[in-house]
Design a protein around this ligand. Structure first.
Ligand SMILES: [Zn+2]
Length: 149
């Protein structure tokens, strides 16, 4: 039995439209089954986790580098105040999500709102081939061509 509601999330957003509308329009010969969306979501969440882990690791390395450059860690007993002042000065811990993290979060947000697969600019459906290649794509090919052409 095919579940059509496993990927639907109750929210105040529009009803989910991705895959269901194109499937009904094409007389049920869906290009991709509805259940695929939960797989796409899972893959994006995994990628988000991996990217965040990598970013935090990189941030820790940068903190250590800053402290080393400013000779704080080479001091026999660096005071917490000294360490903290370097961290504040260098803004090395300032939270700034990377573009890939932002794209993943936005795609997951669109999925929650039922707007996944729809162009954020014109509302047209983005082709399934495009989404399978990169689920974080947010523009249809027409709008993408307009933006970069
Ligand atoms: Zn568009």
């Amino acid at each position: 039995m095919r579940s059509t509601s496993s990927w639907m999330v109750a929210s105040e957003c529009d009803a989910p439209r991705f895959f269901t509308s194109s499937a009904s329009r094409k007389g049920g010969s869906a290009v991709a089954p509805v259940a695929d969306l939960s797989q796409v979501k899972l893959a994006m969440l995994r990628q988000l986790d991996a990217t965040l882990r990598q970013n935090y690791h990189q941030t820790l390395i940068e903190v250590l580098n800053e402290l080393r450059m400013r000779s704080v860690v080479s001091q026999p007993d660096p005071s917490p105040d000294k360490v903290f002042s370097v961290i504040l000065q260098t803004h090395v811990l300032t939270y700034k999500p990377t573009p890939s993290v932002l794209r993943l979060r936005e795609a997951l947000e669109r999925m929650t709102c039922g707007k996944f697969g729809l162009c954020v600019r014109c509302g047209r459906e983005i082709t399934i081939e495009t989404l399978l290649g990169d689920p974080t794509v947010s523009y249809c090919s027409l709008c993408l061509g307009r933006a970069y052409g």
